[in-house]
Design a protein around this ligand. Sequence first.
Ligand code: HEM
Ligand code: HEM
Length: 190
Amino acid sequence: MIDRAGRPARWHPAIVALHWLTLLLIVIQFLLASPMRDETRNLIERFEFYQLHKSVGLTIAAFVVLRLILRLGLPSPPPLNAGRWLRWAADAVHGGLYLCVIALPLTGFLMVSSAPVQIPTLYFGWFAIPHPIVADKATYELMRSLHDWAGDALIALGAVHLGAAVVHVLIWHDNLLRRMWFRRGGAAQN
Ligand code: HEM
Ligand code: HEM
């Protein structure tokens, strides 16, 4: 269903798919962070965890770029009936989430590229992705801190975002969650 301003009632299925797929991959990234840095594990195991974390992270980056292109090219559903400040807060949180999912792969890739001990980045073991910068300890330390901060910021913003979704569903009983899901049944159902 399209309103008079040409805005659809729900998000495009490609945006929906990318939203939930990105969430799934982010959860995997956080789950991988601890075993890959666990010094009690053997080096080969840790190497595999790091490679997986790097590959999944770069896949997230590709999904985010695709999602931003679709997001800018496709019409979005109208804001739900909330006050001006709440709409502004929602936009700010969404913007912050986008910033985090851009900053994390970028700082992660620049961190491994500038690491004093150079380890190749093998994309799911298929091919090596060339590192764009040379080893440099100061850059490595900076990127490592930024990667860490961006991870914390993503958790904080993600918690606010999840909290807002819970309020919409449990208190305001609106269709917020349904419009970020796939249409079931016929066209009449929105
Ligand atoms: C959205 C994608 C990503 C997320 C959510 C993510 C998340 C994280 C988190 C939570 C940590 C642990 C930080 C800490 O506790 O100190 C971490 C560490 C790390 N990440 Fe990522 N990451 C992502 C992408 C990447 C990419 C693309 C790369 C490299 C190509 C990368 C390389 C690393 C490395 C090398 C570490 C270990 C840093 C250390 O030794 O302290 N990450 N990541
Ligand atoms: C914790 C689980 C999550 C839930 C329950 C959730 C739920 C939702 C819902 C219901 C919407 C639709 C809002 C509307 O129609 O106005 C939405 C939009 C959005 N979500 Fe999430 N989300 C979650 C995690 C995430 C994560 C981890 C990110 C980080 C990338 C994210 C980024 C966004 C963005 C940027 C939007 C705005 C629409 C867009 O530009 O794609 N969400 N989310």
